[in-house]
Design a protein around this ligand. Structure first.
Ligand SMILES: Cc1ncc(COP(=O)(O)O)c(C=O)c1O
Length: 338
C-alpha cells in the first residue's frame, strides 16, 4: 500500500503537507534508531471517529522517551490535540496513527548530546496488519531462530525504533519460509511475543498471557483483552508461557494495535486445538470490536472523540473527579486528561 501523498502530517507543532514532512540524512535517529514511537487506531463510531486508548498510548510514549532519556517537548494534551487536528484535517473516518519522537541532526556521535528532539505524527488508513481475512481464518506461525532480546540488553517495555530490527529479522525469516508471523522466544526459551503482537493462549476455558518479566512490550491491546476476558468471566492467568503451553493449548491468538485480535491456528505445521479460530477467541474478538466501534457502553471510556462537540451539556466536566468530560448522548469521552 502506498501512502496518500496528498495528506497532512503534524511535525514539530505544525500541520504540513505530506511531501514536506522530511528529515535530513544526517539525523541521529536514522543512523542509530534513536527514537521512540507509538501506534494507535482511530475507529469509526456512531459519534464520529474516536481514538482507542489514546491516553494509555501517550503514557507509554512518554515512558519510552524517559527510558531513553529523551525529553519530549510537548505535553500529552498538546499531542492529543495534534492527533485530533491531524485526523480531522485529513478527513479520516478511521485510520492508524503513528506518533514518533527521534533525535534529529546535529552530530553523529553515538551520544546524542545536542541533537534536537523532533516529534511528528502522521496517520493513514491501514487494514489489520496480518490481514482482515486472517482475523477469521487465523495465522500460521513459526518459532523464530532469532531470540527476543532480554530486558537487561534493551528495555523491552519501551517502544523504541532501533529495537524493531529484532522483530524485522525474525519476521523476514518467517515469511521467507512461508509463515504469516514469527514467535520469538526469550533468552530462557519461553514464549516472548510476535514481531509486533502479544500472545494469549486458551486452555480449559482459562485465558493466559505472559508478563513484562518475559521480555515483552506491555501491549495496550493485551491490557484491553485481559479486561474483556475477565468481564466475559474467563479466569485470566498472567504467567510465563512455555512452548508446550502453546502447542497443547485449545486456542491461541495474537493481540496488537496493528493486528488487533488474530487467531493463531498453527505453529510450525502443528495445529493449535482444532486448527481453526476457537470459540473463546471469537467471543473475545467480538467484544473487542464492539469496544473499538463504540458499541459497548462498558468500554466507552477507552475512546476519545476526534471531533469535539460544542454542546454545553457535553463540555460540562464530569463529576467523577477524573476531570474528563463526556459526551451526553454517546458516553464517549470528549476531552483528554493526563
Ligand atoms: C513487539 C510488540 N509487542 C506487542 C505489541 C502490541 O502492543 P499494542 O497492543 O500496544 O499495540 C506491539 C505493537 O506495537 C509490538 O510492536
Amino acid at each position: 500500500m502506498a501512502f496518500d501523498r496528498s495528506k497532512w502530517v503534524w511535525m514539530n507543532g505544525e500541520l504540513i503537507p505530506w511531501d514536506r514532512a522530511t528529515i535530513h540524512v544526517s539525523a541521529h535517529g536514522l543512523h542509530y534508531g534513536s527514537g521512540v514511537f507509538e501506534g494507535m487506531r482511530c475507529y469509526e463510531t456512531p459519534a464520529g471517529p474516536a481514538v482507542f486508548r489514546m491516553r494509555a498510548h501517550f503514557k507509554r510514549f512518554f515512558a519510552s522517551a524517559r527510558t531513553y532519556g529523551m525529553a519530549l517537548p510537548y505535553t500529552k494534551e498538546q499531542l492529543a490535540d495534534a492527533v485530533f487536528r491531524l485526523v480531522r484535517r485529513n478527513g479520516f473516518r478511521s485510520c492508524y496513527v503513528r506518533p514518533i519522537c527521534y533525535y534529529g541532526s546535529d552530530s553523529l556521535a553515538v551520544q546524542p548530546l545536542k541533537c534536537p528532539v523532533e516529534v511528528a505524527i502522521f496517520a493513514w488508513p491501514w487494514a489489520p496488519l496480518l490481514g482482515v481475512e486472517k482475523q477469521t481464518e487465523g495465522v500460521r506461525v513459526t518459532i523464530s531462530p532469532w531470540v527476543k532480546f532480554h530486558s537487561s540488553m534493551m528495555p523491552t517495555t519501551a517502544k523504541a525504533c532501533g529495537q524493531y530490527l529484532n522483530s524485522m529479522i525474525a519476521l523476514n525469516e518467517a515469511v521467507r519460509h512461508g509463515f504469516d508471523e514469527a514467535i520469538l522466544l526469550d533468552t530462557d526459551g519461553n514464549l516472548a511475543e510476535g514481531s509486533g503482537e502479544n500472545i494469549f493462549i486458551v486452555r480449559g476455558g482459562t485465558v493466559a498471557t505472559n508478563n513484562d518479566t518475559d521480555s515483552i512490550l506491555m501491549g495496550i491491546t493485551r491490557d484491553s483483552v485481559i479486561q474483556i476476558a475477565q468481564d466475559l468471566d474467563y479466569p485470566v492467568h498472567i504467567r510465563t508461557l512455555r512452548i508446550e503451553d502453546l502447542l497443547s493449548a485449545d486456542e491461541a491468538f495474537f493481540t496488537g494495535t496493528a493486528s488487533e485480535v488474530t487467531p493463531i491456528i498453527e505453529v510450525d505445521g502443528r495445529k493449535i486445538g482444532t486448527g481453526v479460530r476457537g470459540p473463546v477467541t471469537e467471543r473475545i474478538q467480538k467484544a473487542f470490536f464492539n469496544a473499538t466501534a463504540g458499541k459497548e457502553p462498558k468500554y466507552k471510556n477507552w475512546l476519545e472523540l476526534v471531533v469535539k462537540t460544542s454542546s454545553p451539556r457535553r463540555s460540562v466536566r464530569s463529576t467523577t473527579g477524573t476531570g474528563r468530560a463526556r459526551s451526553g448522548r454517546t458516553g464517549i469521552r470528549n476531552t483528554v486528561a493526563d
